[in-house]
Design a protein around this ligand. Structure first.
Ligand SMILES: Nc1ncnc2c1ncn2[C@@H]1O[C@H](COP(=O)(O)OP(=O)(O)O)[C@@H](O)[C@H]1O
Ligand SMILES: [Mg+2]
Length: 1012
C-alpha cells in the first residue's frame, strides 16, 4: 500500500496565540519619504519583529505590508504559546522604541508600532489544494487578534481575555474593560500588556491562588529526606524526579525544600523555562544569584560585595575568579575587567567555578540545590550537569532535579543518583484533594470518581477542571464549599490543560501522531488489528509507532492475548487528539474504523452493531448507519427495550434524510413500527403513537407491505394497554391474525397470534386463550425460534407459560408449576428475559396462593430485581404487582400496599393510563387497604374497579374485584357482602377460574366467622 492511500491531514485544529504588529500611520509616512529609504526603514522594522518572533519560537505567518502576523503554538505546539507571544510583544515594543528614537534622530520621523494578541483555536495547515501551499493559520481567532491590533494605542500591545486567561500571573496585565468588537458576537474584555509578572512557573500561580492541601507522596518524601540525611553526613547525592506535566514534581519539591528550610538548611533554586532554551546558562546564573543572595533591586556594587564576600570566605583562591564571576552575573567591575574569552572558554570557566564552589573544603553546612524542569534546559547549562553532579560526591550537598519523561538525561550516571518516577494520585488521594478543593456537599457525590476517571489522577488537571466547573457555575459556592448545580457527565478540557496536552502530542513524530489520532477516533480502547486497518498501516509499519506511543506514555497495552489491545492512558489526551483533527479527516477515519470493525469481527457483528452504526454516522455514512442501527435495535430487542427504542428512533431520523427507495422505505416503516412495539412496554405519548402509526401506515400501504400492516394493526389496536373493551380488543386481534395469515409469513403468524392471545386471557376466555396458544405451538412445530423476537422474544416459551397459567386458574397447580418451570427454562435458554420475568411473576403468585407465601414472596422479590435491569415498564409494573399479590398471601399488608402503589405509579407515569391490568391491580390494592385498616378507601376502590371490569368485560379480574368488594362491604359494616360473593362465584364458575372460586370460598368463611 503506498503512502498516498493514507488519510493524510492537510490541516489541524490547534490552540495557538496569534500576534499582529504594524506601524501606525505608515501610509502617511511612506508618502513623505523616498521609497528606497522608506523600504530600508521598514526592513529594519520587520527584522526586529521577526527576530523576536523567532527568539520565542513563533512562526511569522505573513508580512502584511506594514507589519506582520505571527503564530505561537503552530506548526509545533508550545504549551506556553500565550506567554511566548506576550514576551515577544514586550520585547518588540522595547526594541521598536529604541529604533524609533534612532529614526527620530536621523530622519525626524515619528515612528510607532502597535500590537494585538489573541489566543484560541485555529485551523493550521496549508490552504492550497493538495497541501502544496504555504503553512498558515486561519479562523476567527486570527481576526480577533487583528482587531486588537487596530484597537491598540501606538506603542502598546492589547490582548483579549483568552490570552489573558493563559498568560495571567506570568505577565502584568491592565484590564481595560469590555469592548464591542466588530465580528465578535459579544463584548470582549481587553487587556493592555504592562510588563513581566511575578510568576515564573505554574506553581507560582497556584501559590497565588492558594495551594490546595498537599496529599499523599509519603514514600517519595522519604526518598528525598534520605538524600538529605546523606548530604548531612557529607555523602552528597542527586535525586531526580520524573513525571508528566502536572503530576506534581514542583509541588513535591516545594514541600520538601520548605521542610528543609524549616530545619535550617540553605536551599537554592533554579528553573529552566520553556522559552529559555535559547538563553545560555539561564538556570546556572539563577542558581548563582540565589547562592550569593542577590536580589533584583540590589545596586551593582552591593552585588559585587555579596559575591566577593561569600566566595572568598569559602576559599580565598576565588580572588582570581572574581572578574569572571562579576561579568557572568552582569555586574562587571570597570576597575578589574574580565579577560576576553571565547564562548567556549567562558563556559569552561563558569563550569570550573561552579564545581569549585560545590567542593569548597571550607563548606561544612549542608545545602540543597533544586533545579526544576530540566527538559527545558539550554544546551550550555546542560553541558555542565554531568560535572556538577560528579562534584557533589563527598560534599554536604543534595541536588534535586525534576523533568518530564521525554527528557534525555545527559549525565552518565552520577555516582550516587536516585530517581523517583512520580505517579499520578490514586483514587483516595484524588478524593482527598477534591474534598479540599470542592468540599463535601452531598451534591458532589460521585464527582470524585468522574474526575479521577477523566484526569487519571493528575492534580493539575483536577485543579483546572474544578476551576473550570466553578467558572461555568456548574459548581456553585466558594472554593472548598461548592455545591453541584447540575449533574455533569462531561467536564470538557480546560484551555490550560489543552495546551499542555497538545504540546505533548506535537512532540510525537508525524506518523505516530497520526496513529494516535486514528486511535482517538476508534475509542478509549482499540485492538491492534482494527487500528492497523483503520490507519491503513501494515504490522511492520505500525510496530515502531506503537512503541513510540507506549514509550512516551500515550497508550498502554490493556490486553496482550489473544490480541493486543491499546488504551489511552489519559482520557483527556484522547479528547485533545480527537479535537485536533479536521472534521472531514475525522469523518473518514470514523468510517474506516467502522469498516475495520466489521471486517475483523464477523462473529460479533450483532453485538457490535450499535458501535459500528455510531462510527458510520460520525463518518457521514447515513445509509450504513441506518442499517447498522436497525441491526443493533433488533439485537437489543426486548431484552434491552430502552436501547432498542432509542435505536429505532435513530434509524427513523437517519432514514428521513435519505432518498426513498425500497430499502429506505422498509426501514422507515420498520423503525416506526418497532417504536410502537415498545409503546406498550415502555410507554409513549398518545400523540406520538398516532403520528408514528399514521406515517408507517401511509408508507406501508403505498409499498403494499402486508407484513408491516399486520404488525401495525397489532401495535395500534390489538396490543395490551390500549384502553378498550375486551370484545373490541378480541376483534382487533382476530383481524390482525387474518392479516398475518394472508401475508403467508409463518413467523409473523406465530408471533402475532402469540401476542394477541393475551386479549382472550384478560377477557376471562381461558378456552379461547388456550386455543390460540395451541395454534401457536402447532404452527411452531417444535421450532423454538419460530416467530421469535418479532413481538415477543420467544413465542414458544410464552405459549408454554400461558398454558401453565390456564392450569393455575383451573386449580391444577402441580401441572401448572411444571409448565411454568419449563417455560422459564426455555425463556432463559432462548434469551427472552421478558417472558422469563412474566413466568416468574406467575409462578410466585401461584406459590403464594398455594400456601407457600414465604417462597412466593422471595421469588417475587428476586424477580423484581431481575426485571428492574430490563428497563421495561410493562414487565416491571407486572413484577411489582405480583410481588404485592404474594405479600397479601403472607399478610404483609403495609408492604403490599406500598408495592402495588409503586406498580401503579410506574405504569401510569410511562403510559398515561392504567392499561388492561388496571382492575386487577385495583383488586390487590383494595385488599391491602383492608389489611392496613382503611376499609372506606378499599370499598370505594373495589366498587370502582368492579364497575370498570364489568364495563370493559375484563372477566379475568372480575371475580377478584367482586370478592374484595364483599370483604370491603363487610369491613365497613355495609350490606351486600354475600351478594357480591355470589356474583363473584358465578363469574368464576362461568370462566372456570377454580382458583378464584377457592379464594371466594375462603372469603365466605372469613365473613361467616366474623359474623358469628
Ligand atoms: N500531592 C499533591 N497534593 C495536592 N496538590 C498537588 C499535589 N501535587 C501537585 N499538586 C498541585 O497540582 C498542580 C500541578 O503540580 P506541579 O507540581 O506544578 O506539577 P508538575 O511540576 O509535575 O508539572 C499544582 O497546583 C500543585 O499544587
Ligand atoms: Mg513543575
Amino acid at each position: 500500500m503506498s503512502s498516498t492511500d493514507r488519510i493524510e491531514p492537510d490541516g489541524e485544529r490547534k490552540q495557538v496565540t496569534v500576534l499582529f504588529a504594524d506601524v501606525k500611520g505608515s501610509m502617511d509616512m511612506a508618502e513623505q519619504h523616498d521609497p528606497e529609504e522608506w523600504r530600508r526603514i521598514m526592513q529594519g522594522f520587520f527584522s526586529i519583529l521577526a527576530d523576536e518572533v523567532r527568539r520565542f519560537e513563533g512562526t511569522v505567518d505573513k508580512f502584511t505590508g506594514d507589519g506582520i502576523m505571527a503564530v505561537f503554538g503552530a506548526p509545533v505546539a508550545h504549551e506556553d504559546h500565550a506567554r511566548r507571544a506576550c514576551f515577544a510583544a514586550l520585547r518588540m515594543l522595547d526594541d521598536i522604541a529604541e529604533y524609533a528614537a534612532e529614526l527620530r534622530r536621523k530622519h525626524g520621523l515619528n515612528f510607532s508600532a502597535r500590537i494585538g494578541v489573541n489566543s484560541g483555536e485555529v485551523i493550521a495547515g496549508s490552504i492550497a489544494a493538495g497541501g502544496s501551499g504555504e503553512y498558515t493559520a486561519i479562523g476567527h481567532t486570527v481576526g480577533l487578534a487583528q482587531r486588537m491590533e487596530a484597537l491598540a494605542e501606538p506603542g502598546k500591545a492589547y490582548l483579549t481575555e483568552a490570552t489573558a486567561e493563559l498568560a495571567h500571573g506570568f505577565l502584568e496585565l491592565e484590564d481595560l474593560g469590555e469592548f464591542e468588537i466588530k465580528g465578535a458576537s459579544r463584548p470582549v474584555r481587553v487587556f493592555e500588556l504592562a510588563g513581566v509578572g511575578a510568576a515564573r512557573s505554574r506553581l507560582d500561580l497556584s501559590r497565588e491562588r492558594g495551594f490546595s492541601r498537599f496529599v499523599g507522596r509519603g514514600e517519595e518524601m522519604g526518598v528525598l529526606e534520605g538524600g538529605l540525611e546523606r548530604a548531612r553526613a557529607g555523602e552528597g547525592t542527586v535525586v531526580g524526579i520524573v513525571a508528566e506535566p502536572g503530576v506534581g514534581k514542583s509541588r513535591l519539591c516545594l514541600e520538601f525544600v520548605e521542610r528543609a528550610r524549616g530545619a535550617g538548611i540553605e536551599v537554592f533554586e533554579a528553573q529552566a523555562q520553556a522559552h529559555g532554551r535559547e538563553i545560555p546558562f539561564m538556570p546556572v546564573l539563577q542558581m548563582l544569584r540565589a547562592y550569593f543572595g542577590i536580589a533584583d533591586s540590589d545596586p551593582e556594587r552591593l552585588v559585587r560585595e555579596k559575591i566577593a564576600g561569600r566566595a572568598l570566605l569559602l576559599d580565598p583562591g576565588f580572588a582570581d575568579d572574581l572578574p569572571v564571576l562579576f561579568d557572568f552575573l552582569g555586574v562587571p567591575d570597570a576597575g578589574r575587567p574580565a579577560p576576553q574569552l571565547s564562548a567556549d572558554a567562558r563556559g569552561r570557566a563558569l563550569r570550573g567555578i561552579v564545581c569549585r564552589l560545590v567542593r569548597a573544603p571550607n563548606r561544612r553546612e549542608p545545602i540543597v540545590c533544586l533545579i526544576e524542569d530540566l527538559h527545558w534546559i539550554d544546551e550550555s547549562s546542560a553541558s555542565m550537569l554531568d560535572e556538577l553532579f560528579a562534584a557533589v560526591e563527598g560534599t554536604p550537598t543534595l541536588v534535586v532535579v525534576n523533568f518530564r519523561p521525554e527528557y534525555q538525561r545527559p549525565w552518565n550516571g552520577p555516582p550516587d543518583y536516585r530517581e523517583i518516577a512520580l505517579e499520578p494520585l490514586g483514587p483516595n488521594d484524588t478524593a482527598e484533594l477534591l474534598r479540599d478543593l470542592a468540599g463535601e456537599d452531598p451534591s458532589l457525590d460521585g464527582l470524585a470518581e468522574l474526575i479521577h476517571d477523566r484526569t487519571a489522577g493528575n492534580p493539575f488537571f483536577i485543579e483546572e477542571i474544578v476551576r473550570e466547573l466553578a467558572e461555568s457555575e456548574t459548581l456553585q459556592g466558594e472554593r472548598g464549599a461548592y455545591r453541584l448545580a447540575h449533574p455533569v457527565d462531561d467536564t470538557g478540557v480546560p484551555a490550560t490543560v489543552q495546551t499542555v496536552l497538545a504540546a505533548r502530542i506535537d512532540r510525537l513524530g508525524r506518523e505516530a501522531k497520526r496513529l494516535l489520532q486514528v486511535a482517538s477516533v476508534a475509542g478509549k480502547e482499540v485492538p491492534e488489528r482494527a487500528l492497523g486497518l483503520a490507519a491503513r498501516l501494515g504490522r511492520d509499519e505500525m510496530e515502531p509507532l506503537l512503541c513510540e506511543l507506549t514509550e512516551s506514555g500515550f497508550l498502554y497495552e490493556v490486553e496482550l492475548y489473544p490480541e493486543r489491545i491499546f488504551a489511552f492512558r489519559h482520557p483527556l489526551t484522547r479528547e485533545v487528539a480527537y479535537g485536533t483533527q479536521l472534521g472531514e479527516q475525522r469523518a473518514a477515519t470514523h468510517a474506516a474504523v467502522a469498516r475495520a470493525t466489521i471486517e475483523l469481527n464477523p462473529e460479533r457483528q450483532d453485538e457490535l452493531a450499535a458501535l459500528i452504526a455510531s462510527h458510520m454516522e460520525a463518518g457521514g455514512e447515513a445509509r450504513e448507519a441506518a442499517r447498522w442501527s436497525a441491526r443493533a435495535a433488533y439485537w437489543a430487542g426486548s431484552s434491552h427495550p430502552a436501547d432498542a427504542l432509542r435505536l429505532w428512533r435513530r434509524v427513523m431520523e437517519l432514514v428521513a434524510d435519505l432518498p426513498e427507495d425500497e430499502e429506505t422505505a422498509a426501514l422507515a416503516v420498520a423503525s416506526r413500527l418497532l417504536q410502537l412495539q415498545f409503546a406498550w412496554r415502555l410507554g409513549m405519548d398518545r400523540e406520538e403513537m398516532t403520528r408514528l402509526a399514521g406515517e408507517a401506515e401511509e408508507i406501508a400501504t403505498r409499498t403494499r407491505d402486508l407484513h408491516s400492516l399486520a404488525m401495525l394493526k397489532m401495535a395500534t389496536a390489538a396490543g395490551p394497554g390500549i384502553a378498550h373493551q375486551a370484545e373490541v380488543w378480541i376483534e382487533s386481534v382476530e383481524e390482525v391474525n387474518r392479516l398475518a395469515d394472508e401475508s403467508g409469513d409463518l413467523h409473523l403468524r406465530i408471533a402475532l397470534r402469540a401476542a394477541g392471545a393475551y386479549a382472550y386471557l384478560c377477557a376471562g376466555d381461558f378456552e379461547g386463550y388456550e386455543a390460540e396458544l395451541d395454534r401457536v405451538l402447532e404452527l411452531a412445530d417444535g421450532d423454538r425460534g419460530a416467530g421469535a423476537g418479532i413481538v415477543i422474544g420467544s413465542p414458544v416459551a410464552w405459549a408454554t407459560m400461558g398454558k401453565g397459567l390456564v392450569l393455575r386458574e383451573r386449580g391444577r397447580l402441580e401441572e401448572a408449576e411444571e409448565l411454568f418451570n419449563r417455560a422459564l427454562t426455555m425463556a432463559t435458554e432462548d434469551g427472552d428475559p421478558e417472558t422469563a420475568s412474566w413466568t416468574r411473576s406467575n409462578l410466585s403468585l401461584m406459590l403464594a396462593t398455594r400456601g407457600e407465601a414465604a417462597a412466593g414472596v422471595a421469588l417475587a422479590r428476586r424477580n423484581c430485581e431481575l426485571t428492574e435491569r430490563l428497563g421495561d415498564v410493562f414487565s416491571r409494573s407486572l413484577a411489582l404487582s405480583n410481588l404485592a399479590g404474594a405479600l397479601l398471601g403472607a399478610e404483609e399488608y403495609a408492604e403490599a400496599l406500598e408495592t402495588i402503589d409503586e406498580a401503579e405509579r410506574v405504569y401510569r407515569e410511562a403510559m398515561d393510563s392504567g392499561g388492561e391490568q388496571e382492575t386487577w391491580r385495583a383488586a390487590v390494592r383494595a385488599e391491602a387497604l383492608i389489611g392496613v385498616g382503611r376499609p372506606e378507601e378499599a370499598l370505594e376502590l373495589a366498587q370502582w374497579s368492579t364497575d370498570v371490569a364489568k364495563e370493559r368485560g375484563m372477566r379475568w379480574s372480575l371475580p377478584l374485584n367482586l370478592r374484595v368488594l364483599a370483604l370491603a362491604r363487610a369491613a365497613v359494616g355495609l350490606e351486600g357482602a354475600d351478594e357480591a360473593l355470589a356474583e363473584a362465584a358465578e363469574v368464576a364458575e362461568w370462566t372456570g377460574a377454580m382458583l378464584s372460586l377457592e379464594a371466594i370460598e375462603e372469603a365466605r368463611g372469613r365473613l361467616a366467622a366474623g359474623a358469628r
